[in-house]
Write a protein that binds this ligand. Structure first.
Ligand SMILES: [Ca+2]
Ligand SMILES: [Ca+2]
Length: 425
């Protein structure tokens, strides 16, 4: 993936082995022997060192100010082979030892509970590949594009449904955190002031006193009271002590609160980004808005390898991450809007280097979207997984998977997003 977003680039001229003690973003301290390859300054202002890491057996990136100590002497146990390697600038040294590092835990799938087990149905895999695992999980791409197109065209062009094109098209542009449109509470069209009996004797008709109309609505389990007087509205969420003139702000307050409760994060900038995905200001997230959001995300944020599952605010600050970080950031969006989503970890048949994507739970298939179908409640690596459809979101692909994986890869684990924040993966 593109790494061309750095403002400065210098090649290390000596490329000698150094021993460092490093502390990562989560306070984990490790001692490593590295061979620096280059340094660069990130857009966040920090200096990074890309180096061959003998602990991990591959190239890693270290934030310079996270290096606690730095010595030119190799660590114990890492010595002789280094002399065999010419100190070419930028040369990548073969690993002295290659610890097998798995992106995910060993692919140990717990079997379904015997009572729930049944013979897998025959599934004809796409492109003649091996049939997917016998867990009733398979990927379906619905190809009836004419049908889909007709449905989507019909929805998108139905009266009153107009999707404003407000997301930036060019990569790198900043997402406008302001919602495009806001819900405006129209003055109630209730009868005006009760007409009192005609008073013919009155010479100058006094204006009728303002009438306040109170309406109630329900949003994600909270009751919103709207008092409308003439053209003025006052919205109150009684349980939350929210009082505002804007219905949208009331919804926003509820979404913020529920998101903070679910994730333990309270970051206004992150909430702005998630809230602004509701481009039509409807107070709800649509699939069309998810597609727009992922498209914007793919242009504005980068793939950046790291060793931890990033909290969404970290992903936002670093403007990118690797696969599970992307999945977690999208799960954050969906959590913000009350959708049920998970991070699915997939492995190729017989392989161990996997890929993680967002999976959105849906009781039914969605026309035009591929999905993984779990036909009965089952256990996956010890976790209960409920039956239903799981719609993939993989980078900018919504209802589809990217070329980072194949349709016959097996779902090994399904994570609740908040449970893996900060985990080494
Ligand atoms: Ca919307
Ligand atoms: Ca990560």
């Amino acid at each position: 993936m593109s790494m061309g977003t750095f403002s400065a680039y210098t090649v290390n001229q000596t490329s000698r082995l150094v021993s460092i003690i490093y502390i990562d973003n989560y306070g984990t301290v490790s001692e490593r022997t590295i061979r620096p390859l280059r340094t660069y300054k990130g857009r966040n202002g920090y200096t990074y060192i890309e180096a061959y890491c003998y602990l991990r057996g591959e190239t890693r990136t270290f934030r310079k100010d996270h290096i606690l100590t730095w010595t030119g002497q190799p660590s114990q146990g890492v010595s002789a082979p280094a002399r065999d390697v010419p100190a070419q600038p930028g040369a990548i040294t073969p690993p002295l030892r290659v610890p097998v590092e798995k992106v995910y835990k060993p692919a140990e799938i717990s079997r379904m509970q015997p009572a729930a087990r049944k013979e897998p149905k025959a599934v004809i895999p796409p492109h003649g590949k091996k049939a997917p695992s016998g867990f009733g999980i398979f990927f379906r791409i619905i190809t009836a594009m004419g049908f889909i197109g007709g449905i989507l065209y019909g929805v998108w062009n139905s009266p009153g449904f107009e999707l404003p094109d407000l997301l930036p098209d060019k990569p790198g542009e900043v997402y406008d955190p302001e919602p495009a449109a806001r819900v405006v509470v129209k003055p109630a069209e209730e009868p005006a002031a009760p007409v009192t009996a005609a008073a013919p004797a009155v010479e100058e008709a006094a204006p009728p006193p303002p009438v306040t109309v109170t309406t109630y609505s329900e949003y994600r389990g909270f009751r919103i009271k709207v008092d409308t007087t003439g053209s003025e509205s006052a919205c109150t969420v009684e349980d939350l002590q929210i009082s505002t003139t804007s219905y949208y702000v009331a919804l926003r307050g509820i979404n913020d609160l529920l998101f903070r409760e679910a994730t333990g994060m309270a970051n206004g900038e992150l909430e702005n980004i998630y809230a602004s995905a509701d481009k039509d200001g409807s107070g709800a997230l649509s699939w069309e808005e998810v597609i727009k959001f992922q498209s914007w995300l793919a242009g504005a944020y980068a793939y950046r390898f790291n060793e931890a599952a990033l909290w969404p605010y970290q992903f936002m600050i670093q403007r990118g991450g690797d696969c599970e970080d992307w999945a977690l950031f999208t799960c954050g969006l969906l959590r913000y809007w009350g959708w049920e989503s998970y991070v699915g970890a997939f492995m190729p048949p017989g392989g161990y280097l996997g890929h993680a994507i967002t999976l959105v739970y849906s009781q039914q298939e969605i026309i035009g979207f591929g999905s993984y179908s779990i036909e009965e409640h089952c256990y996956l690596n010890g976790r209960p997984v409920k039956a239903g459809c799981y719609i993939p979101i993989d980078y900018e692909k919504v209802g589809d998977i990217s070329d980072a994986m194949e349709a016959d890869w097996e779902l090994k684990e399904l994570f609740v997003p908040e449970e893996i924040y900060g985990r080494q993966m």
